[in-house]
Ligand binder design. Structure first.
Ligand code: M6R
Length: 353
């Protein structure tokens, strides 16, 4: 039930801090340490390469998961769009392990790949919100999201839950002693709360940037780039503004031709090693008339930034930086009188290939 909320999407955005805390609890052992089923850890350690398979928002979570698994567990990872992989299987490594990410666990494109993977005799893990779903039943192992039912077509809390579970998986397999993930995810939950309490500001920003525009771009580098893909998907899905996410350095290789006077450009700046290069990319588009909206992280901020998010661990920034983008999309859709929870042409789960 959406209770006093006008839309499920807003309720689900607001639930994210609680979902983080539920996930921490669900994956803690009796000593309070994060733990993952030992068969899953063994399957990860036995693999020479991991193939993440997903669609839409879950694919975007997979891109973040790749960074986490490669950095913390030091296993190479490829991320594939399910509908492509089904018909165009890449050359697989000798000991592949597959991770399917799906909120619903019912997405037909992902299932078609899982069926092939099982025919080939390889092992698969499903990360899903729905116990007993098709992808969960047909995979060897399941990791649950504990996000509670997600009703709005635009996925929000499932995305952050997927990333949180992937971070736990990566850190348990990687056994990195210098990362206290329970503590860091707690900081993330608190930061999410601060963002959810800043709704008025995001409503104002959405009004300012997205009320009349036909298009919008999201730029970022490294992890921020992946969050930009998700921010753009959220905006186009529910507000029908044509929005695209780009790697900051890639715009000048073509897309910059689309920048006109007033084109909104949302830039994320949460990664220290690319902070100055993304700001350079913003200057390039501003010189062509773009209307910039820089969302940075505390410690990396400058006085040109439109919003500064609280500081969290560098690898966990997507969990936090996506929240402003979800809220911007939500308020943009409201300002444009769109049906937030049930956007045109879309269904909650896509059960046809
Ligand atoms: O249930 P799944 O995670 O497998 O769904 C995948 C996509 O269909 C889904 O994420 C879709 O992109 C959402 N509508 C995005 O908000």
């Amino acid at each position: 039930e959406k209770g006093t909320y006008p839309h499920y999407m807003l309720k689900e955005i607001d639930e994210q801090p609680l979902v983080m805390r539920k996930i921490i609890q669900a994956y803690q052992d009796i000593n309070g340490d994060l733990a993952i089923d030992s068969d899953i850890v063994k399957a990860m350690n036995d693999a020479d390469r991991i193939y993440i398979v997903a669609c839409g928002t879950s694919y975007h979570a997979g891109l973040v998961g790749k960074q986490m698994i490669e950095q913390l567990a030091e296993i190479p990872v490829e991320v594939h769009v399910a509908s492509e992989m089904g018909y165009n299987m890449p050359l697989l490594s000798k000991k592949p392990l597959f991770i399917f990410i799906s909120q619903s666990g019912e997405t037909a494109d992902s299932r078609a790949v899982l069926v092939k993977v099982k025919e080939l005799g390889y092992k698969a893990i499903t990360i899903t919100n729905v116990p007993g779903s098709t992808l969960s039943r047909e995979a060897d192992y399941t990791l649950l999201l504990h996000a509670g039912p997600e009703i709005a077509v635009a996925s929000t809390k499932a995305y952050t839950a997927q990333i949180a579970v992937l971070s736990i998986l990566a850190s348990v397999v990687g056994k990195k002693a210098d990362l206290d993930l329970v503590h860091e995810l707690g900081i993330v939950a608190n930061a999410m709360e601060v963002l959810c309490d800043s709704k008025e500001e995001f409503e104002k920003m959405a009004f300012e940037y997205f009320t009349v525009t036909r298009n919008a771009f999201f730029i970022g580098r490294a992890l921020d780039y992946y969050v930009c893909l998700e921010g753009a998907l959220k905006l186009k899905e529910i507000s029908y503004i044509q929005a695209e996410g780009f790697a900051g350095g890639e715009l000048k290789h073509g897309t910059i031709a689309l920048i006109e006077d007033g084109t909104p450009i949302v830039a994320l700046a949460t990664q220290e090693n690319v902070n100055w290069s993304i700001r350079g990319n913003v200057k390039e588009v501003v010189a062509r008339g773009a209307n910039p909206c820089i969302i940075s992280m505390k410690g990396l901020d400058t006085n040109e930034d439109r919003f500064v998010i609280p500081e969290v661990h560098e690898l966990l920034t997507p969990l936090v930086s996506v929240v402003p983008l979800q809220l911007l999309a939500y308020y943009a859709a409201l300002h444009r009188d769109c049906d937030v929870d049930k956007p045109r042409n879309l269904a909650k789960s896509v059960t046809v290939e």
